[in-house]
Design a protein around this ligand. Structure first.
Ligand code: SF4
Ligand code: SF4
Length: 140
């Protein structure tokens, strides 16, 4: 269990293909409201927030993006990686109207874990999509 009170910096990773169209607003809103995958984050604590895409299938570019981010955070502000958490967007982790979950999810999680970063699933959770998951229309 990740202690979210010890984190300072949230990196939301989103599907590169989906982000060709999606501005990512609903992910940001869910974070602002501490809803969906962000519900466990304390409301009274301020976090830095940055979003990036996986870089495209199979997600391997994410390793370079995150390692450069960590190097820069340490160099510019002394923020170490134990203060950083990655949150995988719901369009990667969940079956939904548009598509099943990312087929490279396991690989992407492994990349992130090898860097030594904590990683959690989900951002915005739509009521309709969740109902369809509960009814078995969507698989996860
Ligand atoms: S979860 Fe929704 S709002 Fe967030 S990047 Fe994916 S499609 Fe866009
Ligand atoms: S690797 Fe997954 S999250 Fe990244 S672009 Fe491909 S389908 Fe989307």
């Amino acid at each position: 269990m990740v202690d979210l009170t010890k984190k300072e910096y949230v990196v939301v990773v989103q599907c590169h293909i989906v982000k060709e169209r999606c501005p990512g607003y609903l992910c940001e809103k869910a974070f602002h409201e501490r809803a969906g995958g962000f519900a466990p984050y304390p409301k009274d604590r301020e976090y830095r927030f940055l979003n990036m895409t996986c870089g495209g299938c199979c997600g391997r570019a994410l390793h370079r993006k995150l390692t450069l981010l960590l190097r820069t955070l340490r160099k510019k502000e002394g923020i170490e990686k134990d203060k950083v958490i990655v949150q995988l967007s719901s369009c990667m982790t969940k079956d939904n109207y548009h598509a099943p979950p990312c087929p490279h999810l396991g690989y992407i999680r492994t990349l992130i874990e090898r860097i030594g970063l904590d990683v959690q699933d989900d951002t915005v959770i739509s009521d309709t999509s969740q109902r369809r998951r509960d009814e078995g229309v969507y698989q996860s």
